[in-house]
Design a protein around this ligand. Structure first.
Ligand SMILES: Cc1cc2nc3c(=O)[nH]c(=O)nc-3n(C[C@H](O)[C@H](O)[C@H](O)COP(=O)(O)O)c2cc1C
Length: 326
């Protein structure tokens, strides 16, 4: 996720026990092959390169293939093509979900990229330009024929952005219709939901987006739920292996990681993005987000963050107040 799924967030999630795989922020293929100034930060896959998937964004097939060939040399879990981003600034250029408007164009891209990398090749996409499952299935079959090995579906149309609910039934139907694994994504808002979707047998993997920013411990909590389900244990509340994170410390840790691993030019925008979701663990989230957004430096953000918990010490632990949805 742009400005969110970078090393500091991965470090935070790893601190709670980690997850199976991480996707990078979308990386502009053009900037990557022309040696953009900040590319080293986008390519930083620590602390677990073998579980990081590079995601490429672009509208030019030759550029995307060149970028894939470049990434092929780096340790990673795979290379992913972004065919799902619906932000107007991206679709205007022919990138993101615009690839889904033309099956042949997308198929040729997949073939070209396939010819330049031996890494696991995947595509992340939406339902498509409209709500047409047959079109989605044809589109994904063509990608699979061209050598794409995995699909992640966020089952909303290009126009819907985050409106309506994600149509998870399309994930199950797509998996039935394809011979390659299908991961589902969209609207996971709790560890219970993550565990339930993962165990549902209707998809090969589940991707959590915004919820993983709001609750970097969500994977640990889901594992604890799964373990209890496997052993048939009644769930004491809270279960002994359920994380009970300190919200204040987690926010401070994030600021420290941001300062350590990201360039100063990225600090404020990325702090705002993170706290835009992380504050939703708290009762006075709206007030706090406004106050944090006034901060111009990480030190300023830290001051506001600490002051909030001096005034609201009962909020230091997660779960005191009911968590909001996404
Ligand atoms: C701020 C933000 C940035 C995002 N950036 C990307 C991105 O770079 N690549 C991508 O494939 N999806 C991106 N997404 C979409 C998410 O990966 C995901 O598909 C979407 O948020 C739905 O999943 P969720 O309900 O679990 O968040 C982004 C979403 C948000 C909110």
């Amino acid at each position: 996720m742009a400005e969110l799924s970078h090393r500091p967030l991965r470090e935070l999630i790893e601190g709670f026990g980690g997850c199976d795989e991480y996707f990078t922020e979308m990386i502009s293929s053009g900037a990557l092959i022309s040696g953009g100034r900040f590319e080293a930060f986008y390519l930083d896959t620590a602390p677990c390169p073998e579980r990081v998937v590079f995601q490429l964004l672009g509208s030019d097939a030759a550029q995307l293939a060149g970028a894939a060939a470049f990434l092929d040399r780096l340790p990673c879990a795979g290379i992913d093509l972004n065919m799902g981003c619906s932000a107007p600034a991206i679709t205007r250029t022919g990138a993101g979900v615009r690839w889904m408007a033309d099956i042949d164009r997308a198929g040729e891209l997949a073939r070209l990229v396939r010819s330049r990398t031996k890494r696991r090749l995947s595509v992340k996409l939406r339902t498509g330009p409209g709500d047409n499952f047959d079109y989605l299935l044809d589109f994904c079959r063509r990608l699979a024929d061209e050598g794409v090995e995995r699909i992640t579906l966020h089952p909303r149309t290009a126009r819907e952005k985050f409106r309506r609910r994600a149509r998870w039934e399309y994930v199950a139907r797509l998996r039935e219709g394809l011979s390659i694994p299908v991961a589902g994504n969209g609207d996971i808002s709790s560890a219970g939901e993550l565990a339930a979707r993962s165990g549902s047998g209707t998809c090969d993997a589940v991707m959590a987006g915004r919820a993983a920013v709001r609750m970097p411990w969500i994977f640990a909590e889901a594992r604890s739920i799964e373990r209890r389900a496997e052993t048939g244990q009644a769930a004491p509340n809270p279960a002994p292996d359920t994380p009970n994170p300190n919200i204040e410390e987690t926010g401070l840790k994030f600021l420290e990681l941001l300062a350590r691993y990201q360039p100063p030019e990225f600090h404020i925008s990325r702090a705002r993005r993170f706290f835009g979701y992380f504050c939703d663990n708290l009762k006075w989230a709206h007030y706090l987000k406004t106050a944090l957004n006034r901060g111009q430096t990480l030190a300023g953000v830290e001051q506001v963050w600490k002051a909030y918990f001096r005034e609201n010490p009962e909020e230091i632990r997660a779960g005191v107040f009911p968590r909001k949805g996404l």
